[in-house]
Design a protein around this ligand. Structure first.
Ligand SMILES: *[C@@H]1O[C@H](CO)[C@@H](O)[C@H](O)[C@H]1NC(C)=O
Length: 228
């Protein structure tokens, strides 16, 4: 019937509009923990993985390694230093992030966001979700060294960081100059926040939507989500 057709069409239109206008926020993290998406049981439906985790010296984690945020001893799994942001050009970076509180909803999916507040207005990122938890459902907790250890800290075990991590426990270092406190292998990703994004990044507003992952990200993480 004519009426039914119009009604269905408007429903489809409404769904599309909601999907393209999701609003959220960005925060920062670098806790050195094995990411939640490093556990095969946490992958989103159809994803192949899990996300790689690393040894203390950033080689591949050994078989049977335990998450360094919840275990101690000789065979520990950490975040990989390759999860630092990647600058594509002046207005686009790729990277990795925690997203939402339910790992199985998001693990290994990619999202594109654009900042609508803060110094990052006009800049965008495509991030792959490698972690979840401790944030709102619409937050992206961007992996950037010196971004704050948050609730758990393996950076003292991996790099000898201060017991509360570098800088603030939540938010991390407070200036570009403080990036000099980090090991040299992590400094580029620390400078990314202050020099490329232009500031603290914490609580800046965004709009975002899910996108298919660039191979630059899946080749680093080792995890590929179902196509959208
Ligand atoms: C930056 O890179 C993105 C992704 O490749 C591209 O879409 C965009 O046009 C580039 N912008 C500039 C200013 O080169």
């Amino acid at each position: 019937m004519h009426f039914t057709f119009i009604f269905s069409l408007s429903l489809v239109f409404a769904v599309v509009v909601v999907k393209t206008q999701t609003t959220g926020t960005t925060t920062t993290t670098w806790d050195c923990c094995e990411p939640a998406c490093g556990y095969a049981a946490n992958l989103s439906p159809g994803a192949t993985g899990p996300v790689k985790s690393c040894s203390q010296s950033n080689g591949p984690a050994a078989s049977g390694a335990q998450n360094a945020c919840f275990a101690s001893g000789g065979n520990l799994a950490f975040s990989c230093s390759t999860f630092q942001p990647i600058i594509v050009n002046d207005t686009m970076s790729y990277g990795f992030a925690g997203h939402g509180n339910t790992a199985t909803d998001n693990c290994c999916k990619c999202f594109q966001f654009s900042w609508t507040s803060g110094a990052g207005i006009g800049k965008s990122m495509i991030v792959q979700a490698v972690n979840a938890g401790g944030i709102t459902e619409t937050d992206f907790d961007i992996y950037t060294p010196g971004g704050g250890v948050g609730d758990y800290n393996a950076c003292t075990a991996q790099y000898g960081a201060p017991s509360g991590g570098w800088g603030r426990q939540y938010g991390g270092v407070s200036s570009d100059a403080e990036c000099s406190q980090l090991p040299s292998s992590l400094q580029d990703g620390c400078h990314w926040r202050w020099q490329w994004a232009g500031g603290d990044v914490n609580e800046w507003a965004i709009t975002y939507q899910q996108v298919n992952c660039p191979s630059e990200l899946t080749s680093i993480s080792g995890c590929t989500p179902a196509l959208i």
